[in-house]
Design a protein around this ligand. Structure first.
Ligand code: ADP
Length: 161
């Protein structure tokens, strides 16, 4: 049986913290689908296509990683792929309560699906998409916080605003 895991998120924008979680997960599972939440109510900094394509470019060295957009309920997407695991990243304790709640809700909705938590390298543990958005929109240097393919699309998106 192929062990397939789904790594869901908004990835607005993808950061080096996300990439580190993807690299770790790709060693633990046979296949990873990075599921980029599209059509969110909030207007994202990066359009769906930029988030998906920049993640594809940033993970092309990982042959067992695919990137796809998804809408609707996460467990429906997980079940449609016949996956048994959801991967989520944990930073400091701040993430725990929300992640615990989501994992419990998802287990209630689909009892066969387990959530697996991975931690990044400590140097990325302060990084969040919202910090990158703030630095980028205020004109700061975000190049050390995101993969190069992501820096390119942030630059493009900001030029258009
Ligand atoms: P969401 O909008 O669903 O919270 P994000 O795109 O912000 O998703 O993040 C997706 C997942 O990656 C979440 O589990 C989040 O906790 C995790 N994550 C984000 N940044 C980091 C980081 N720097 N280190 C480890 N995990 C992270």
């Amino acid at each position: 049986m192929r062990r397939l895991a789904i790594y869901p998120g908004s990835f607005d924008p993808p950061t080096l913290g996300h990439l580190d979680v993807i690299e770790r997960a790709s060693k633990l599972f046979d296949e990873i689908i990075v599921a980029v939440g599209v059509n969110s109510a909030k207007k994202p900094l990066l359009p769906d296509r930029y988030r998906i394509e920049s993640l594809q470019e940033s993970t092309k060295h990982l042959p067992n990683v695919k990137v796809e957009g998804f809408t609707g309920l996460l467990v429906d997407f997980v079940q449609s792929k016949a996956a048994l695991s959801i991967v989520r990243g944990l930073r400091a304790t701040a993430d725990f309560e929300y992640e615990f709640q989501m994992a419990m809700v998802n287990r209630r909705l689909a009892s066969e699906v387990d959530t697996v938590f991975l931690m990044t390298k400590w140097e990325y543990s302060y990084l969040s998409s919202s910090i990158v958005r703030e630095v980028a929109t205020l004109g700061g240097d975000y190049s050390g916080m995101v993969p190069p393919a992501v820096a390119k699309v942030i630059h493009r998106a900001l030029r258009k605003t």
